[in-house]
Design a protein around this ligand. Structure first.
Ligand SMILES: Cc1cc2nc3c(=O)[nH]c(=O)nc-3n(C[C@H](O)[C@H](O)[C@H](O)COP(=O)(O)O)c2cc1C
Length: 210
């Protein structure tokens, strides 16, 4: 893997590269605004790539993992796969839809299951040690209702033996409204400098505490 995370998992290393995966179904939405506010604090030498899943649409995922014939990857799938494998840090920027990820984002993660099964790709081994981050904006003001989305991302990171940097949350409904959420904008300033520990499933944490 090119560029591993440093010991603490913070974004101070020079060998980091960030992939921002935008999963809203409208352009220039609140989630993108919040993600860009956080990204603006990354050191200038850290490469950032932004992909908008509504501009690189993926067909519904078809589970061919246990079929003998492989399936041909479409152009957009191939681009996303390469972008994913090229990044040390993957930022899932999804609005909160029905208390979880948007369909665009969920479909992108479903493709990770396909990539896990591609012979010789070694997707799981290559993703291990990289860092997953989440950014979301939601209409509800009680942030606790985004717990399902956070758990989805944390468990995904744990499954792949990735680090998890946590979820940056903002509030807003109309486009641009997150700019009024002062608390979210303040949190965005330091989001990527926080520690990103290796993700663990709760039962692994419990076993480790014993
Ligand atoms: C399909 C859909 C589902 C939504 N579900 C929720 C929800 O479960 N909880 C919530 O607080 N807001 C929900 N919202 C509101 C969005 O999270 C909110 O408008 C957010 O600002 C959208 O982010 P965006 O501008 O990046 O697209 C939903 C909006 C849509 C369109």
């Amino acid at each position: 893997m090119t560029g591993t995370t440093d010991k603490t998992g913070t974004s101070s290393g020079t060998d980091r590269s960030f992939l921002f995966v935008l999963g809203s179904s409208r352009p220039e939405g609140n989630t993108e605004i919040l993600a860009r506010t956080a990204a603006a604090q990354l050191p200038a030498g850290v490469p950032q790539r932004w992909v908008d899943l509504s501009r690189l649409p993926l067909p519904d995922f078809q589970d061919g993992r246990h079929e003998t014939e492989g399936w041909p990857a479409g152009e957009n799938e191939e681009e996303l796969r390469q972008a994913t494998l090229a990044a040390t840090d993957i930022v899932i920027a999804s609005p909160l839809y029905w208390y979880t990820l948007s369909a665009h984002t969920k479909r992108y993660l479903d493709y990770w299951s396909g990539w896990l099964a591609v012979p010789g790709l070694d997707f799981k081994e290559r993703m291990a040690g990289r860092t997953l981050w989440g950014v979301t904006v939601m209409a509800h003001s009680e942030e606790v209702v985004a717990g399902g989305l956070e758990i989805t991302l944390s468990h995904t990171a744990a499954y792949l033996r990735m680090r998890f940097g946590g979820l940056l949350l903002g509030n807003g409904s109309r486009p641009g409204q997150v700019r009024d959420d002062e608390r979210a904008l303040i949190r965005a300033k330091t989001f990527f400098s926080r520690e990103a520990p290796l993700a663990l499933f709760p039962y692994e944490e419990e076993a480790g505490a014993r």
